[in-house]
Ligand binder design. Structure first.
Ligand SMILES: Cc1cc2nc3c(=O)[nH]c(=O)nc-3n(C[C@H](O)[C@H](O)[C@H](O)COP(=O)(O)OP(=O)(O)OC[C@H]3O[C@@H](n4cnc5c(N)ncnc54)[C@H](O)[C@@H]3O)c2cc1C
Length: 309
């Protein structure tokens, strides 16, 4: 490995798999002052899709284990003050290892960073805490919170050659198994089905999970549902839950309280199934279906499972 990055205020480190950018890549690059280091396979295609960077470094290589990757990237990043990673699966995996390899603190789960530290969400998202750093640091940025503005023109691109050492301890990655679309962590899901109090009891929630698997959608919920124990707390979307940023949000029996909508990011398409045509969820939807949510879900399940109808 050669050609370290110059002394920069910040750079976004983005792990690329099969040319795909992880969620939050553009937001991290924008937050890092439009500078990004892309590492993985298919970085050229990923670079073309990264719209918010003006300067990009690419390391095209089959990804090694996160520990090896951190050891190799650390010298490249030694002169960068703030190393920012999207809080995607790979970003969360790599960030602590990079922090150790660089001997820096890690400020995890940030919603914004500045030279002196980061604002992070704590106490189930109810409190915004300012963390001050006394020197260079590594941080992860929550996807779906900041948004990203596109940069003008094509980015200046520098390619860095990579050669990984053998993994310490003889560990090798045999392969990476992508999750079933329905099991994708909520912050990374491109389709989300939301369960609200209007969906009724556990049978309908279980059916929603089945429909989610067919549609390749992850299942989220309102606090009214998680408080009843119908779905675990990590499925709660909102200001005291997870933040999502899907292309499609399909809300079943959800009123659209501010604390719920606050975790929705900017979904491209919203469908609301609700008996109340005037509820906030339906008001913000592209398509409002004024009907009984369990009945609509049952019909959807029937149609999806009977493709020869
Ligand atoms: C500090 C704080 C933090 C919070 N954090 C969160 C959070 O992170 N996430 C979150 O979701 N909430 C959060 N809440 C709770 C939030 O304020 C709402 O109470 C909650 O989102 C409401 O959930 P809901 O839409 O499922 O239920 P409701 O508000 O009770 O709405 C149910 C909806 O279902 C409709 N409905 C009823 N029957 C049917 C039917 N048969 N078919 C179709 N529609 C039907 C109703 O018209 C209604 O619109 C928080 C509250 C506080 C005070």
């Amino acid at each position: 490995m050669s050609a370290a990055l110059p002394a920069l205020d910040a750079v976004a480190v983005v792990v690329v798999r099969g040319g795909e950018l992880p969620p939050g890549a553009d937001e991290s690059a924008a937050e890092a002052g439009a500078a990004a280091l892309l590492v993985g396979d298919g970085t050229e295609g990923a670079r073309a899709r990264l719209s918010s960077a003006r300067t990009v470094w690419t390391v095209e290589a089959r990804l090694p284990d996160a520990g090896v990757l951190a050891e190799v990237l650390a010298p490249l990043l030694a002169r960068v003050h703030t190393v920012l990673l999207p809080a995607s699966s790979d970003g969360r995996d790599l960030a602590p290892r990079l922090a150790v390899a660089l001997d820096r603190p890690l400020l995890a789960g940030a919603v914004s960073v500045a030279g002196q530290g980061a604002e992070v969400l704590r106490h189930d998202g109810r409190q915004l805490v300012e963390l001050a750093a006394t020197g260079p640091f590594v941080a992860t940025l929550l996807p779906g919170v900041r948004g990203a503005e596109p940069a003008d023109g094509d980015p200046v691109t520098y390619r860095i050659e990579a050669r990984w050492p053998d993994a310490p301890g003889g560990t090798h990655t045999l392969g990476t198994v992508a999750p079933e679309a329905g099991d994708t962590p909520l912050p990374e899901a491109s389709r989300v089905l939301g369960a609200g109090a209007g969906l009724g009891g556990g049978t309908a929630v279980a059916l929603l999970a089945g429909v989610g698997r067919i549609l390749g959608a992850s299942v989220g919920a309102t606090r009214a549902v998680t408080d009843q124990g119908l779905l675990p707390h990590d499925r709660q979307i909102g200001t005291t839950g997870v933040v999502v940023d899907p292309d499609l949000y399909l809300a079943f029996g959800i009123s659209g309280a501010a604390q719920h909508v606050g975790g929705l990011g900017s979904p491209r398409h919203v469908v609301s199934v609700n008996t109340d045509p005037h509820c906030p969820m339906t008001a913000m939807a592209d398509l409002g279906i004024v009907a009984d949510a369990p009945a609509v879900l049952a019909e959807l399940a029937r149609r999806l499972e009977a493709p020869h109808d």
